[in-house]
Design a binder for this molecule. Structure first.
Ligand code: F6P
Length: 323
């Protein structure tokens, strides 16, 4: 294989640029040519390609976002979209593809693989909900951004003896909320994987105050049945009876925009290089990730459509340490 393409897709994640740099330089190290695809699968369909040399991927290691741009591409989900993508890859003499992205993006990788085109996926999403890896590129940075915000809110919560409610991203997965709540010393963590309701949250907060706490912090993952909006509205409506006022902060996309942490740069560089190695030694159809500190390659068929289940050990530990 002499010419490969590379794209980033779905929600951007800090460290994607480090992965682009690693795939490109490692592939060139192996003697291959690299073509970047702009705007993810949308660019693959429209043939929006840009040649990448070693200098083109300089000065990006420390930057969040993705120099290639990203998109969520509904058109690619249909047979016609996949066919058009294959056509444009063929037209440009591209023999393989690296897809840096999360669940939806790797479903796209799998579609191409099933049509016989060699693809290697690189696990990248701030949600950390992708199978075949313990950790995805971007989640460490997103977690640290959420934590910084939580620490700041704790300062003002302490000064005013107030209650705060912070919502983290993560789509249907509670990983970011659980870890940010644990690291930030939340009194209550609400995640989709553990059913809860406003009355239960209020009871936990009352118990915390009874134990002598003077301020409160609730961290809720956006995918929880009672997200920040619903919890906040319920607490506002029943303020007298619940005995709590919670000020709501929704962190949203702020979590995606940071400069990648050292952990994410190292992870992205290792996974990106491994993806180039896999593709150029004809071992495609896999997702490159990290499991138990080892770089691994898992068949896309074992990953796509099978979201990783959340280990609740940290959730339970957080409950006992919030006392
Ligand atoms: O998948 C990453 C993620 O940031 C989720 O945590 C969030 O629910 C979603 O993307 C937001 O998507 P968009 O950027 O398209 O609004």
């Amino acid at each position: 294989m002499k010419r490969i393409a590379l794209l980033t897709s779905g929600g951007d994640a800090p460290g994607m640029n480090a992965a682009i740099r690693a795939v490109t330089r490692r592939a060139i190290f192996h003697g291959a040519e690299v073509c970047g695809v702009r705007r993810g699968f949308a660019g693959l369909i429209s043939g929006d390609f840009v040649p990448l040399g070693p200098r083109d991927v300089g000065r990006i290691l420390h930057l969040g976002g993705t120099m290639l741009g990203s998109a969520r591409c509904a058109e690619f989900r249909g047979e016609a979209g996949v066919a058009r993508a294959l056509e444009s890859l063929g037209k440009h003499g591209l023999e393989g593809l690296v897809v840096i992205g999360g669940n939806g993006s790797q479903a796209g990788s799998h579609d191409l693989t099933r049509r016989g085109f060699p693809v290697v996926g690189v696990a990248s999403t701030i949600d950390n909900d992708l199978g075949g890896t313990d950790v995805t590129i971007g989640v460490d940075t997103a977690l640290n951004i959420a934590l910084e915000a939580i620490d700041r809110l704790k300062v003002t919560a302490l000064s005013h003896e107030r209650g705060f409610l912070v919502e983290t991203m993560g789509r249907d997965c509670g990983y970011l909320g659980m870890m940010a709540g644990f690291a930030g010393g939340a009194d209550v963590i609400v995640i989709p994987e553990v059913p809860s309701d406003p009355e239960a949250v209020a009871a936990e907060l009352r118990a915390a105050y009874a134990r002598g706490k003077s301020h409160a912090l609730v961290v809720v993952a956006e995918g929880a049945a009672y997200n920040a909006e619903k919890l906040g509205a319920y607490f506002a409506e029943h303020r007298e009876r619940l005995q709590f006022a919670l000020r709501v902060t929704k962190l949203g996309h702020v979590q995606r925009g940071g400069a990648p942490t050292a952990f994410d740069r190292v992870l992205a560089s290792r996974l990106g290089a491994a993806a180039a190695d896999q593709l150029l030694t004809d071992q495609s159809g896999v997702l490159v990730g990290m499991q138990r500190s080892e770089i691994t390659a898992t068949p896309l068929g074992d990953v796509v459509g099978r979201p990783k289940s959340l280990d609740l050990e940290i959730f339970r530990l957080a409950q006992s340490l919030a006392r």
